[in-house]
Design a protein around this ligand. Structure first.
Ligand SMILES: [Zn+2]
Length: 112
């Protein structure tokens, strides 16, 4: 079994563990964890999976799911900072929640 390059910084990786969905590698440089690309879903399967999500920004379960990200932004950033929600999907709940605290967040999703 070979290793892969880090998806974030292209650094060298080492096998971290073999899970039921594939082999996971940890980057020696940034410590990012990556799934081996050979286990990536097709773009069509990926989009189909996203389309099964409940993307109602007012759904409290959805808000709770993203709360670790929202809380980290609130702790680390100020409303004067600018951010990007990459992969926001059709229901940009992070932008919705942060806009209530006067944060400005651009959004982008390669599928939607
Ligand atoms: Zn890395």
């Amino acid at each position: 079994m070979g290793t892969i390059k880090c998806n974030l910084c292209q650094g060298n990786t080492q096998l971290l563990f073999q899970g039921r969905h594939g082999d996971y590698f940890i980057c020696e440089q940034c410590r990012g964890v990556s799934l081996s690309p050979k286990y990536f879903p097709t773009k069509k399967a990926e989009k189909a999976r996203y389309e099964t999500h409940n993307n109602d920004v007012k759904d409290v379960r959805y808000q709770k799911f993203v709360s670790p990200i929202v809380n980290q932004v609130l702790a680390e950033c100020s409303p004067q900072d600018r951010g990007l929600d990459f992969g926001c999907g059709t229901g940009p709940v992070i932008r919705y929640l942060l806009s209530q605290k006067d944060y400005c967040l651009a959004q982008y999703d390669p599928f939607f």
